[in-house]
Design a protein around this ligand. Sequence first.
Ligand SMILES: [Zn+2]
Ligand SMILES: [Zn+2]
Length: 428
Amino acid sequence: MNGTSAEAAGTSVIACHECGTVHRMRPIPQGGAASCRQCGATLYRQKPDSIDRTLMLTLAALILFIVAHAFPFMTFKLEGREETSTILTGVIRLYDMGMWPLAAVVLLTASLVPLVWLSSMAYVLLPIRLGRLPWGVARLFRITEMLRPWAMMEVYLLGVIVAYVKLSDLARLELGVAVYAFVGLILVMMAAEAALDPHRVWERLGAQASAGALGRLRGGLLISCHGCDQLCRADRATVAAEPLCPRCGGALHRRKPNSIARTWALLIAAAILYIPANLLPVMTVVYFGRGEPDTILSGVKELVEAGMWPVALLVFFASITVPVLKLLGLTFLLVTVQRRSTWRRRDRSLLYRIIEGIGRWSMVDIFMISILVALVNLGAIATIVPGAGAICFAAVVILTMFASMSFEPRLIWDAQEKSDAGRPPLRA
Ligand SMILES: [Zn+2]
Ligand SMILES: [Zn+2]
């Protein structure tokens, strides 16, 4: 790039995640946010007492997590029999039925990843608060930030609501203590996330970066670390050797490696699996010995016929609209990037941001199935059996999430230098 200043390698500058434009960081009012002038993405926010508040909320969330997992979640009552379940009952039942891929997905996204996220957040923030930094904190914080999209408790809650509505005309349902703890946990975790200012944390962890490592990175190219936003300078030879970020220890690349090929591969795999995901049954409700398999679409149809419009719309949006939007949207982004199009870059950046944000909500159906399987377990009276379609559908959601993560949004803006008149902005 056009090496304008030496301070471009310091901490007072930041490169936009989505277009690479380098901005000087300016003080902004409390609660305010700075946006990229080029693509409109949020660059950083000013959050009061970020570290203290995030730490307190994280510790509160850990306590709620234990309560939500230790106590009964829901009780299902039918024909004088009852079945009490906890959050983990669905996972165990799915595993017993030979559906271990589904069991693994539900266990990871609804319990394990949130627990790891909360624990490592406490492990990073507590030493910062106490002023002593143990080994490996920076690396751990980088991984913690990467885990966040895979913690899907709020989506699980939506699955609980759908399952509750579906069962309410079949039997009586009682909510347990764990449901209230779970709702509290989601609210507190959202508050912790809102209070977290990663730049503040990186500033405090920055002391660990060795000056020697930074000194080696001199030359023409600016690289923004994917993990911690540290801006580094490097020459082409250094970039080719894939250096590590001096602050967080992550690999430094100018662009995500092989982004286009990887995104295409994941996208095509998802598109292929999308066919059996819709044709095969996702579950079968056996009620007094009789049962009909349900696909995703017939599940929505049943909700409509039962007059449950809001839930039907919600499931339709999450399970049908969102995956199609992701498949088509990412294809469109890949094709325009490969054609080096400069058409409506700001809107395409926005499209990418939407695709990344909504992807996880498609998991609703999978969570709903795990809850139904756990609750409706009364042998010949009523049982719910998951189908192969559910595994395909979970694979579609996960593959499209990986696809949107491996897409490099800065490629949308890389076509710009040649076509725009005037001096292009400094980009990383
Ligand atoms: Zn930008
Ligand atoms: Zn880094």
